[in-house]
Design a protein around this ligand. Structure first.
Ligand SMILES: CC(C)(COP(=O)(O)OP(=O)(O)OC[C@H]1O[C@@H](n2cnc3c(N)ncnc32)[C@H](O)[C@@H]1O)[C@@H](O)C(=O)NCCC(=O)NCCS
Ligand SMILES: Nc1ncnc2c1ncn2[C@@H]1O[C@H](COP(=O)(O)OP(=O)(O)OP(=O)(O)O)[C@@H](O)[C@H]1O
Length: 202
């Protein structure tokens, strides 16, 4: 069984960018955002609950209207909590099933809200990807073509970044000053040696 390793960091921290380096090292990655989206489109029970919560206009031609839902949940804490309660347990179960099938030394589970969703509890280690807030805001505004206010609203639903990093076992700084690849290699080597030690102990 591989080590189960989470990788987290707030919106725009550069998780996807860092993960692409781990992928070149042959490490399988579970994308929790993508799994949540899949569940919201394909899981009949999840879809039913979402329609109960947001009404028929939650879907247009069977496609989740993400802009519409985002407009509600990032302005209404209770609705976000209710949406999370529908989606997160299903996503966590999907990740668990996927991780059990992998044969590598370790696997990565990527999620912006790994601690917030309770998913970190089932993992062996967590890697944090850190970037300062002003860089994260600018990156997300550029990538998603959204306003500063929209980015700030999502940030407000995520644990403070410094606190999040304190909860992590490893931190990779992606601030455009420090080189990222050597930091990834260091964490990779460490995880391989932990796994080897674990296997040697039986
Ligand atoms: C509200 C939705 C429809 C908006 O879709 P949209 O395409 O605009 O955003 P996307 O899903 O790509 O998320 C972009 C970023 O927003 C932030 N974000 C998304 N969901 C949440 C959440 N529940 N709490 C806090 N931040 C969130 C994360 O930083 C994420 O990386 C969508 O984010 C959603 O369904 N969220 C609830 C499910 C969830 O928690 N997904 C994240 C699982 S890790
Ligand atoms: N070191 C870097 N230098 C320059 N641009 C970067 C760097 N790291 C990430 N970016 C850019 O910043 C944006 C956000 O990065 P990325 O999509 O990897 O973040 P993320 O943590 O996965 O975000 P989210 O939680 O929103 O999904 C992307 O457009 C990416 O290309």
């Amino acid at each position: 069984m591989p080590l189960k390793v989470g990788i987290t960091g707030g919106i725009g921290s550069g998780k996807t960018t860092v993960i692409n380096i781990f992928k070149t090292l042959g490490i399988p990655v579970f994308d929790a955002d993508a799994a949540a989206k899949k569940a919201m489109h394909e899981n009949i029970d999840v879809k039913k609950k979402i329609i109960e919560l947001f009404g028929e206009s939650a879907y247009i031609n069977n496609e989740l209207d993400r802009k519409y839902i985002a407009g509600i949940v990032f302005n209404d804490a209770l609705k976000l909590e209710q949406l999370n309660a529908i989606v997160h347990p299903v996503t966590i179960a999907m990740a668990e099933e996927w991780m059990q099938q992998q044969t590598s030394h370790y696997v990565l589970k990527e999620a912006a809200i790994l601690f917030e969703s309770g998913a970190a509890a089932g993992l062996d280690y967590v890697i944090g990807v850190f970037a300062p807030q002003h860089i994260r805001i600018q990156r997300t505004m550029n990538r998603d073509k959204v306003s500063r206010e929209e980015v700030l609203k999502r940030m407000a639903k995520q644990i403070d970044e410094h606190m999040k990093m304190k909860l992590c076992d490893f931190v990779i700084t992606n601030d455009e000053q420090q080189l990222v690849i050597p930091q990834v290699l260091k964490v990779h080597e460490k995880l391989l040696s932990i796994k080897n030690e674990r296997d040697a102990k039986g």
